[in-house]
Design a protein around this ligand. Sequence first.
Ligand code: SF4
Length: 422
Amino acid sequence: MQEPIALVNEQPQGQPCKLHPQSMCPAFGALRILTRIEGSHPVMATDMGCLYGLTFITHFYGASKSILAPTLGTAELMSGEVVEGTRAAIDVAAKEPGCRLIPVISLCVAETAGMPEELLPRRIGDAEVVLVRVPAYAIHSHPEAKDVAMEALLRRMGDRETATEKRTVAIMGDVFPGDQLAIDAVLRRMGVQATIALPGRSIDDIHRAGRAAALAPLHPFYKGTIKLFREWHLPVIGGAPVGISGTYAWLKALGATLELDATVVNQIAEEERERAQSMVDAKPLSGRILVTGYEGSELAYARLLIEAGAEVPYVSTSIGQDPLVLPDEMWLRSHGTKEIVYRKALEEDVSALERYAPDLVLGTTSFCSEAKARGIPAVYFTNQLASRPFFLSGGMVATLEFIQGMLGRGKQYQWMQEFFAE
Ligand code: SF4
């Protein structure tokens, strides 16, 4: 008799299967950034299935403009009409009022079929046409696709002709808008002339980033953009203004890189450190928290929680392992984190629930549902955490107050679980 076929989630070696989708299509990260730019009218080269799913989710997240696409079904692909169809869509995009940028987002199918850049226009009317290659199957996570989009835009549009603007820094991070303003305010007090917030809404900021004196990526997945700034021989400031020690070290590093007045920098870095420390001393966290998500910022959140007094034995993220993540990884391991999982699967997070019996989990919708079903308080990472301030002492206070409130809700969650179990 024939052996029954193993279910995809039941791998023979007891390993979790990572073949099924663990999050939305990674290309969404690139699309989110490219649709938000004012004057940008994206063209998406892909087949109908991807087009439907990606436009749906992009509009769900607030894109208020059409995403143009050629019809690419089997017939068009077989007859090699990918380029012709894309050129026709570019022509339509260029007629949109105020169009200054047409990002051509070439996804899995178009990349596999072949999208020769030299056959696309570089400019049409007032608009730059920029090919953004996003073979999403090879990019793996939507944060990393944001980097792919930013690198493509900066490579093409960063202004390298004009002199560098000294004491101007490009702050790279898709973060809560208030965080960019808070960082700008603190850096100006230190003597920074201007900050350029990327990814943002302004095409002029993309041009201007080429004239910045340094890049400060707030997340460790902006690999391509960092590589580009290094090619331009511009310094890159590592780390991020997160938590007590992270903020202090970042402000000092930024001050040294931009050659700001060391006394002023020191004074402001000390102020930030004291404010964050006094907040933690007044209301330290107590409890065990699992930090899981697919934003690529999970290691930074774990650091902040540990500095505030929490125990974080398990951290997982959708981004891959990379030397840029190493400082955070080493810090976490030396502060009690036992497991750090890259390119994680939901099954790995669920199995961590069994091992660590947490008081709170931060995670994706599916993981939070699983935790809540077990009576454990759970916070949806994207909507509840990434949508509030996080950086500098002000962000730390906002995030920790929220976490404090959630940690105190264990009894209500257990009551709910028992209520529905009856
Ligand atoms: S085929 Fe590629 S672009 Fe389309 S949904 Fe899948 S991963 Fe995304």
